[in-house]
Design a protein around this ligand. Structure first.
Ligand code: UT7
Length: 324
């Protein structure tokens, strides 16, 4: 028997303000048609004025706790994946901890941009498997609307705000691919590609938060290759083939990247959870948001094999294979 990090509950929160593509036609030289055909995005949510990343994270966390039927006193730690924290420090994790009324355990943030939730899951899995924690709240939460350059049509139409939260708990497994929980992980980064996606400000450079800059097309081409190889690497570690995957729950950056990766893996699109049309790219929040939507609408069921993959600034990328 081995320890596994098993999903106990999931939830998400999207801010009320929904921005359709037509909103950007008034801001920059773009069209609903271009945004839909190039990215698959139709609308995205933006946080209200004064609404912070930790506010979104707390709402998602409460929804996951309700879904799991667990009291916050039973949680050992909180890991928040975010690149858009409320403040430079303290962490969003500790803010969420305070807001939830959790006075024991630990909380911290993980920063791997759009791959952040995959990195957070890998951390949580390692802590649970090694016995450092029994129950962890893993959150992806972002307010990318705060780092947009509203004059840059190549980026401002693509991103949105939101949060998703997953609770993982230790359970005994047989050590086979039939076990519930995280079965395999794969992490990668290559700092030589930092110019492809970065923010042009920061604490020790400009002293400002900065704005997002992206070389969309070169990144697009890298993304499909890297996402396919990391997803295949994670799957290989489980010892099962792509045919056995019930759901790909990918990072939601661009429908064409999602389709390209699924095609390379030989997984049909009816086994891929897509939320990019409704959420845009919510960076570290996109995977838990998509997972939560898939669970809530009944598509993802107990026992299903899920493969999640993501790539983002760094570049950093990775994948997790998990049985629901
Ligand atoms: O989450 C982290 C990972 N992020 C990603 O993986 C994003 C990766 N990149 C992408 O999703 C795509 O590259 C984009 C959606 C950003 C762009 O699609 P593309 O097919 O790569 O288009 P492109 O960058 O080659 O641009 C095509 C044309 C250009 O015009 P010219 O030079 O051909 O005349 C752009 O200036 O589209 C133009 N363009 C726009 N036109 C209307 C760029 N942005 C816009 C816009 N509206 N918003």
């Amino acid at each position: 028997m081995i320890r596994r990090a098993v999903p106990l509950g999931i939830g998400h929160y999207l801010p009320d303000r929904i921005m359709p593509n037509s909103h950007f036609e008034k801001l920059v030289d773009t069209s609903d048609e271009w945004i839909r055909t190039r990215s698959g995005i139709e609308r995205r949510h933006f946080a209200a004025e004064g609404q912070t990343t930790s506010d979104l994270a707390v709402r998602a966390a409460r929804s996951a706790l309700d879904n799991a039927g667990i009291d916050v006193s039973e949680i050992d730690g909180i890991i928040v994946a975010t690149s858009t924290p409320d403040l430079t420090f303290p962490s969003v994790g500790t803010m969420v901890q305070a807001e939830l009324g959790m006075t024991r355990g630990f909380a911290f943030d993980v920063q791997a941009v759009c791959a952040g939730f995959i990195y957070a899951l890998c951390n949580a899995n390692a802590m649970i498997v090694s016995g450092q924690a029994d129950r962890l709240l893993v959150i992806g939460a972002e307010t990318f609307s705060r780092i947009m350059d509203w004059t840059d049509r190549s980026t401002c139409v693509l991103f949105g705000d939101g949060a998703g939260a997953l609770i993982l708990g230790a359970e005994e497994g047989a050590g086979t691919s039939e076990d519930r929980g995280i079965l395999a992980t794969d992490l990668n980064s290559d700092g030589r590609y930092r110019e492809m996606l970065y923010v042009d400000g920061g604490v020790s450079t400009t002293g400002t938060a900065g704005k997002l800059r992206m070389q969309g097309n070169p990144l697009f081409r890298k993304a499909v290759d890297k996402l396919t190889s990391t997803a295949e690497a994670a799957l290989e570690k489980t010892g099962v083939s792509a045919d056995a995957v019930d759901w790909i729950v990918p990072h939601q950056a661009n429908i064409r990247i999602i389709q390209g990766t699924a095609k390379k893996m030989g997984v049909p699109m009816d086994r891929v959870i897509q939320t990019v049309q409704d959420h845009g790219n919510t960076s570290a929040a996109s995977i838990p948001l998509a997972m939560s939507v898939g669970v809530a609408d009944g598509r993802i069921k107990r026992g299903d094999l899920i493969l999640s993959e993501a790539i983002g600034g760094g570049l950093a990328w990775g994948a997790v294979a998990l049985r629901w």
